[in-house]
Design a binder for this molecule. Sequence first.
Ligand code: SF4
Ligand code: SF4
Length: 68
Amino acid sequence: MSNWQIDIIESWCKGCGICVNFCPTKVLELNPMGIAAAQRPEDCTGCELCARLCPDLAITVMKLEHTA
Ligand code: SF4
Ligand code: SF4
């Protein structure tokens, strides 16, 4: 189970691919519509690089709280 939730506001994404190219663990891909999508969220380390680099502030990364 992923510890991180990646929220992408699709209407704000212009499909530049920066987040896809810079994610260290290749979590993100452009979908057939050319919009960023979290294809492998289980590999997310929560580094927030994608959120910081997105020119349109379309990505938010949040830690998921697990209840034991
Ligand atoms: S927070 Fe880091 S690891 Fe997770 S999707 Fe963004 S760039 Fe990739
Ligand atoms: S960096 Fe932002 S605008 Fe560019 S593809 Fe990723 S989410 Fe979309």
